[in-house]
Ligand binder design. Structure first.
Ligand SMILES: Cc1ncc(COP(=O)(O)O)c(C=O)c1O
Ligand SMILES: N[C@@H](CCOP(=O)(O)O)C(=O)O
Length: 466
């Protein structure tokens, strides 16, 4: 499989190259040059497979040329062997139409583990074939950070620098990052929002002073390998609910548009998806873009679903590229306009292409709280505030009652105990494997939101590329 940039001018790479590169050198994001497609019979034959095997089957067309199938299966077996539930991503029924897909049974209790456990192993595999050192620079609103740190802590040839917005992640999220004291882990709290952190990360990929000395790598969902691994659980859930004979809808709590774009990829591969519901909190740039074609940044409002406090959604670029006719030059111009003015109108082709599969909704604080309460009182489930945005959109999405609607449960409720207990009066308990989190020592540095200060810190602590 060959990977091309959404902005049309970076060199095409194979899977290993795209995984190590992260962001394309023209500022675009890597996408497969064509979507692999499974026939109905091929999809039906996937039913009932153990998760690791299903993962290898789904990922295979994306990695072919960079990994042998048997090696891929060894990696998926190792990655998903660390999950605390045998099914890895179990489904739970809430009522006649609604289901929860629990994605939080990995080591750091959020859906990010599903992709990052795999990505950590892929880095090790590909770096082992060269004498290259990787300097990972990432931005997190709370969950990517801990999942990425868990996946690479202590690994040879990798240093990780993780930027989070100071004071804007939950205490559990912060401690899951800052209590990992491995020498290759560097946590940086910056003044500003996740968007500010993400902008600095992207800038570093195009800063030749840095890229001449260091091989900068990505763990955010700008890295294609993240999304590839997330495609698997759409297949896993839909197969359990009767696919390919029956269509399924998904409601996806959304911030950086990575998780829901993985659903779009599943649909391009042939999975019969009725609708993908994009669920935001009040930071609703994606809801405005999908409902009205208006992709304009706005300021970030802190909410009880802090991981989705995002107003620039990196992966939306991948969708605009695909539904807009895969014209890299035109998209590069459109994105340059957005970067200059912080606003952009979708073209008619982009709006119509997106509307064929996506619908959207934004949940405010009342909607989140009421949905957390409903899930507890009516269905006996404690859910986190991000999942609540998804479930709110699912219950109000007007999907044909004959179609099952799966809400992605993206985080364990105990990561956000204050919001959950405000809504339900119950304090969710952290699973035993992270139970002593609050007794562990923390280490992080605090920096201003100034790019030069962050770059200087990275340069001081990173290892040169070879
Ligand atoms: C718990 C949780 N739910 C949902 C999201 C949104 O996912 P995405 O950024 O892939 O849209 C995030 C992070 O962004 C998250 O951490
Ligand atoms: N919610 C994320 C934000 C970063 O998104 P990513 O999926 O692009 O890594 C987080 O928790 O950090």
């Amino acid at each position: 499989m060959e990977y091309i940039s959404t902005r049309g001018s970076a060199p095409a790479l194979d899977f290993a190259g795209a995984t190590l590169a992260g962001l394309a050198s023209d500022g675009g994001l890597y996408v497969p040059s064509a979507w692999p497609r499974f026939s109905e019979a091929e999809i039906a034959a996937l039913a009932g497979m153990p998760y690791a095997e299903l993962a290898a089957k789904i990922m295979w067309p994306f990695v072919e040329g960079s990994l042998a199938y048997d090696r891929l299966l060894e990696l998926t077996t190792a990655a998903y062997g660390r999950f605390s539930h045998k099914a890895v991503t179990p489904l739970r029924q809430l009522d006649e139409q609604n289901w929860l897909l629990e994605l939080f049974h990995g080591p750091t209790l959020a859906f990010k583990d599903v992709a990052l456990q795999m990505l950590g192993l892929l880095f090790e595999e590909f770096l082992g074939r060269s004498d290259r050192n990787l300097t990972i620079v990432g931005a997190t609103s709370g969950d990517t950070g801990s999942a990425a740190i868990d996946a690479v802590a202590g690994r040879d040839k990798v240093q990780i620098f993780m930027l989070h917005p100071k004071g804007r992640v939950s205490d559990v999220q912060r401690k899951q990052m800052t209590t990992v004291l491995a020498d290759n882990v560097h946590n940086i709290a910056i003044e500003g929002s996740f968007d500010d952190a993400q902008a600095m990360v992207k800038r570093m990929f195009n800063d030749t002073v840095m890229t001449d000395r260091f091989a900068i790598g990505a763990v955010n969902s700008i890295n294609w390998a993240r999304l590839m691994a997330q495609v698997v659980y759409y297949f896993a859930a839909a197969l359990q609910l009767g696919a390919p004979a029956r269509k399924v809808a998904f409601s996806v709590p959304t911030g950086n548009f990575g998780d829901v774009f993985a659903g779009y990829v599943a649909a391009q591969m042939g999975l019969p998806i009725e609708k993908l519901i994009v669920a935001t909190n009040v930071n609703d740039i994606l809801h405005r873009a999908l409902a009205h074609g208006d992709y304009s940044q706005g300021t970030v409002t802190p909410t009880e679903a802090p991981s989705m406090d995002i107003q620039v959604s990196s992966n939306f670029e991948r969708l605009l590229f695909d539904v807009g006719g895969r014209d890299g030059k035109a998209l590069a111009a459109q994105m340059a306009g957005f970067e200059a003015s912080k606003a952009m109108q979708l073209t008619n082709a982009q709006r119509e292409g997106a509307a064929a599969l996506f619908q959207s909704a934004a949940a405010d604080a009342d909607a989140m709280r009421d949905t957390i309460r409903w899930a507890r009182e009516a269905c006996g489930e404690l859910i986190d505030p991000h999942t609540a945005c998804g479930l709110y959109a699912a219950r109000n999405g007007g999907i044909d009652p004959a179609v099952p609607v799966v809400t992605l449960a993206t985080a364990h409720p105990a990561k956000f105990p204050d919001a959950v207990s405000r809504a339900t009066g119950e304090h969710p308990v952290l699973p035993a494997r992270v139970g002593d989190l609050f007794e562990r020592e923390e280490r992080m540095v605090e920096l201003s939101g100034d790019y030069d200060a962050v770059a200087a810190f990275v340069a001081e602590h990173a290892t040169a590329k070879v």
